[in-house]
Ligand binder design. Structure first.
Ligand SMILES: C[S@@+](CC[C@H](N)C(=O)[O-])C[C@H]1O[C@@H](n2cnc3c(N)ncnc32)[C@H](O)[C@@H]1O
Length: 325
């Protein structure tokens, strides 16, 4: 047993909050979560900004049986392919532990950050089966992809559910930077009466998006290949516009204002410095809105995950209220 900082959450919200803490790298995974009446006490690694004072309690230490909990470094698992972080110096050692897991077949190490227009990264083959294609399961959907040719991260899994939870049957949803489809396909599958328009400029991502639509048997998805500014022209009255291009989303915000309906929601992703996570960006978006004769109300702002030292991947959700009179 050991003492740790912890947060108290209602049992009904425990799983969602546990996942968020993992994404924010705040969960103390060495300790067991503890029930306390109708609540759960979740051990955390440090004080959480904006959460007030944390409690302290005593927790049982977790037994380690799964080899993946002993991996001596950071990695990302996409299907049966593990990608070791760019900055890890002992990739062969990490690969050896990872390959003990029966579901991991191939190990790469990232040799660049995610970069370029298609947001891909350079990967160096380290060990296992030499292949780049895999199938990844998330939120009840399956996705085929090639880890060297398209963008994909499992770290947005709960974020995608959070956005999908806001959609209703009958809605028109435009996913301006859809990649292989993890927002679009989840939404199309959960809401068969919604109409999803999924756009991407990377022809390989589009090829997988089409395959993934077939694989998941979704018919209510319209796939458009090309630059989002061109491809969304002519769309009217979107209920939701998803803008997951965090480094350059602002360049496309005018296009989003061109297609969103009154009362519709823009889900806008960005990378922000911790000194000004939201306010500067909101002011810029408001300026674009008023230029296009619209008015926005930020209805949510959240850190999605840490991105780099002092930088966070954030999401701002804005309701488009009405035309400015
Ligand atoms: C950060 S990824 C997000 C992909 C997907 N939403 C996901 O969560 O996996 C951004 C995507 O935008 C695409 N992209 C970049 N510039 C674009 C543009 N001008 N028009 C349309 N898609 C673009 C990239 O090819 C990439 O697939």
């Amino acid at each position: 047993m050991t003492e740790s900082l912890c947060i108290r959450v209602p049992r009904t919200e425990g799983e969602l909050i546990r996942k968020r803490l993992i994404e924010l790298r705040l969960l103390d995974n060495n300790l067991k979560i503890k029930p306390d009446g109708l609540d759960l006490l979740i051990p955390v690694l440090k004080q959480i900004e904006g959460s007030g004072i944390l409690e302290k309690d005593v927790f049982e230490i977790r037994e380690r049986k799964n080899p993946l909990t002993q991996v001596p470094g950071a990695y990302e698992l996409i299907g049966d392919i593990a990608i070791i972080d760019q900055h890890e110096e002992n990739a062969p050692e990490i690969a050896k532990v990872l390959l003990q897991h029966k579901n991991i077949k191939t190990i790469f190490q990232a040799t660049s950050a995610v970069c370029g227009e298609y947001r891909t990264r350079e990967l160096l083959f380290i060990a296992g089966l030499k292949k780049t294609g895999t199938i990844y399961r998330e939120n009840g959907c399956r996705y085929l992809l090639d880890v060297t040719q398209v963008y994909f991260t499992p770290r947005l899994s709960t974020e995608r559910v959070r956005v999908a939870d806001q959609v209703k049957n009958g809605d028109k949803v435009v996913d301006m930077f859809a990649g292989i489809g993890p927002f679009s396909i989840l939404i199309a599958k959960r809401f068969p009466e919604a109409h999803v328009i999924a756009v991407d400029k990377n022809p390989v991502a589009i090829k997988y998006l089409r395959e993934n639509a077939r694989l998941n048997k979704v018919k209510n998805i319209e796939i458009r290949e090309g630059d989002a500014k061109e491809q969304v022209k002519g769309i009217l009255d979107a209920d939701h516009v998803i803008m997951n291009l965090p480094h350059s989303g602002l360049e496309f915000i005018d296009s989003a204002f061109g297609i969103i309906k009154k009362g519709g929601i823009i889900h806008f992703y960005a990378i922000s410095h911790e000194d000004d996570l939201f306010e500067g960006l909101i002011r810029e978006i408001e300026a674009h809105a008023s230029k296009s004769g619209q008015r926005v109300c930020p209805i949510d702002r959240r850190i999605v995950r840490p991105y780099a030292p002092y930088q966070y991947n954030i999401c701002i959700e804005l309701a488009v209220l009405s035309k400015v009179i």
